[in-house]
Design a binder for this molecule. Structure first.
Ligand SMILES: [Zn+2]
Length: 149
């Protein structure tokens, strides 16, 4: 007879993800060029200026999915889906625009909030089981990361 305590521990362990599943990790990097200013910032960042933004997106899953372009469950997610922000602003991306005019007003254009914005939009477009991490850089030596817990 199975000890209920042992069984419960096993169930709890599974729900706590203590039993590790093999998984895929996708990484894609891209750049876009845009202008911005930080509202009410006392200093240079408060004036309109531009960056060659670098973005790195990591998607992790133990399950494969179909995509908008392929009906078979053969990929974690289509790279095209992860790279939406690289597109020209007239095609729905963030390239060659003034970010303050394109991003919803609840997002300020700090690297922190651009990373969160890219995360939030991407999260809505990918299968719900994906773990996402978005890293973004305005300058060569500094990065901001925003990710699932
Ligand atoms: Zn800036």
């Amino acid at each position: 007879m199975t000890n209920p305590q042992v069984l419960q521990t096993a169930i709890n362990g599974a729900s706590n993800k203590r039993f590790k599943m093999p998984k895929w990790g996708l990484v894609t990097e891209f750049t876009f060029n845009s202008a911005h200013y930080i509202k009410d910032y006392d200093g240079l960042c408060g004036r309109m200026h531009g960056h060659n933004y670098k973005v790195r997106i990591e998607a992790t899953s133990s399950k494969l999915n179909s995509s908008e372009h392929c009906p078979h469950p053969v990929m974690v997610v289509d790279f095209k889906t992860l790279r939406w922000a690289k597109q020209d602003v007239t095609k729905g991306g963030l390239d060659h625009c003034v970010l303050n005019e394109v991003m919803p007003s609840e997002y300020e254009t700090t690297g922190d909030m651009i990373a969160k914005y890219i995360y939030d939009v991407t999260k809505k477009r990918v299968p719900s089981d994906l773990q996402l991490k978005v890293a973004m850089s305005e300058t060569p030596n500094s990065w901001v990361e925003y990710e699932d817990d």
